[in-house]
Design a protein around this ligand. Structure first.
Ligand code: PLP
Length: 359
């Protein structure tokens, strides 16, 4: 069977080139005589792979030297707890914007460790927009200010970042990291599960300003202590060695596309292609507020849940798969991360028009 266009929200499609390289190197990497999966994480040959992946993250995100780059396990969800445990030790308070299900999960988790101040929320409107914020509600003594830069389930993205002054901005960038350039110096901490826009599941990236390390709560498990992880090159224990290697292959591909700067216009073009169909349709309706629309997750519905299901089914028969929306929103969701080629989005836009013409 040929490859489909996979619109899954995560784990998601990866560049074919990266997969083919991995396939070629599966049983014998370079002149090592073994698979990357079989290497000791402390071996010279593996450390070269590890260092190269970290260097690619640093280069493609333009991470300054005063930031630590950690490659961890546990997913973005583990960072929901790691963030407060590592940072909530000054005033013991943090500001959160509740812009989606993952943002909400993060603030519930943080509430176990300190006082959470929800400065803005769109929960009452099922997260259809990034909520407006009033700077007067920001706590100048908060230990950090937390946002989710792209809300994967609801298909929303911050068009502008809140100005938090000297309060460190912490961002869960799981679903739009490296899809557009971000100025790392505007953030105290950025983290992301890899399985949307970096590589395979099992790897979590944390980029943290070094002056924010070393202030964690005494109860923090060593494995979640960013300072200890930084001191140990993310190798307190065995890191997800193969996922790191695969992420490296995907990042090499991204570098060839011109990095975040090169891929951003492509991502805008892809998203606009789908939003144009939606905005000119009498059948399809976008579920996200237009001012908050995501470039990575395009969420929409038809005139009924039954027709949504029919759309998803017919699309799959044409090789356009995993278009079913998240159960919290229903409808249809097309996740079009960096690795989704323009042709895949074109094929989906064409199918949407075709489907509508039969209604
Ligand atoms: C997918 C996702 C998560 C959860 O990631 P895990 O790695 O599965 O823990 C958290 N936040 C956002 C924004 C996501 O898209």
């Amino acid at each position: 069977m040929g490859r489909v266009y996979n619109f899954a929200a995560g784990p998601a499609a990866m560049p074919l080139e990266a997969l083919e390289t991995a396939a070629r190197e599966m049983t014998c990497y370079g002149d090592t005589g073994m698979s990357v999966m079989e290497m000791s994480h402390r071996s010279k040959m593996y450390l070269a792979i590890y260092d190269e992946t970290v260097a690619l993250v640093k280069e493609l995100m333009h991470v300054p030297d005063d930031y630590a780059i950690l490659l961890l396990q546990g997913g973005a969800t583990q960072q929901f707890a790691a963030v407060p445990m590592n940072l909530m030790t000054g005033s013991g308070r943090a500001d959160y914007i509740d812009s989606g299900n993952f943002a909400h999960g993060a603030l519930v988790e943080a509430g176990k460790y300190g006082k959470v101040n929800v400065v803005a929320s769109s929960r009452d409107e099922n997260y259809r927009a990034i909520p407006a914020w009033d700077k007067a509600a920001f706590d100048p003594e908060a230990d950090y200010f937390y946002i989710t830069s792209n809300n994967t389930i609801f298909g929303t993205r911050y068009a502008a970042l809140p100005d938090t002054g000297s309060v460190p901005l912490v961002a869960d960038m799981s679903s739009n990291i490296l899809s557009e350039p971000y100025d790392v110096t505007k953030f105290g901490v950025i983290f992301a599960g890899a399985q949307k826009n970096i590589g395979p599941a099992g790897l979590t990236l944390v980029v943290a300003r070094k002056d924010l390390l070393g202030r964690c709560m005494p109860i923090t498990p060593k494995i979640m202590d960013w300072q200890k992880q930084a001191e140990n090159g993310s190798m307190i224990n065995t890191p997800p060695t193969y996922a790191i290697y695969m992420a490296g292959l995907c990042l090499k591909w991204l570098k060839k596309q011109g990095g975040a700067e090169g891929i951003e216009p492509v991502n805008i073009e892809k998203a606009n292609m789908l939003y144009d169909v939606i905005d000119n349709s009498r059948l399809f309706k976008g579920t996200a507020d237009p001012a908050s629309r995501s470039r990575m997750n395009v969420t929409f519905v038809t005139d009924s849940p039954e027709r949504d299901a029919e759309f998803v089914k017919q699309a799959a028969a044409k090789g356009l798969v995993n278009l079913k929306g998240h159960r919290l929103v229903g409808g249809i969701r097309a996740s079009i991360y960096n690795s989704m080629p323009v042709e895949g989005v074109k094929a989906l836009a064409k199918f949407m028009k075709e489907f509508e013409s039969h209604v």
